[in-house]
Write a protein that binds this ligand. Structure first.
Ligand SMILES: [Zn+2]
Length: 120
């Protein structure tokens, strides 16, 4: 399903390989999802660390090598929390077809981050 204009804007500055995976994934995905964040400034990152939302100043968002994606209900009004695994499977599948290696934050052991995808 097509990405919203806002989601497309949020892909600006994101590494082209990761961007290509997200766009192809959206084209094939049977439900909508949005891009909540891509490239992040150092200032934003510092704020996230301060708020406890992130634990590192080495986030791949700072270099445009990470995106946060949220699956949405069909009317795009709310996040569909049941579909993160499905979205992650499709992201992994598209990435491997494009010979791009990605890591899903849902597989992390310490700070599980289901919306987070980054380049390896
Ligand atoms: Zn993230």
């Amino acid at each position: 399903m097509e990405l919203s204009e806002l989601s497309k804007e949020r892909l600006e500055g994101v590494d082209e390989r990761l961007k290509a995976v997200v766009i192809e994934c959206a084209a094939r995905c049977p439900f909508p999802f949005n891009v909540s964040e891509g490239l992040r400034t150092e200032e934003q990152q510092r704020e996230y660390v301060r708020l406890g939302k992130s634990k590192t100043m080495k986030s791949k968002h700072l270099t445009g090598k990470a995106v946060d994606l949220y699956p949405l209900s069909m009317d795009r009004k709310v996040v569909d929390w049941s579909r993160f695994e499905e979205l992650a499977d499709l992201m992994q599948q598209v990435a491997s077809e494009q010979d791009t290696e990605i890591v899903w934050g849902g597989n992390w052991k310490t700070l599980v981050d289901k919306c987070h995808f980054e380049l390896k």
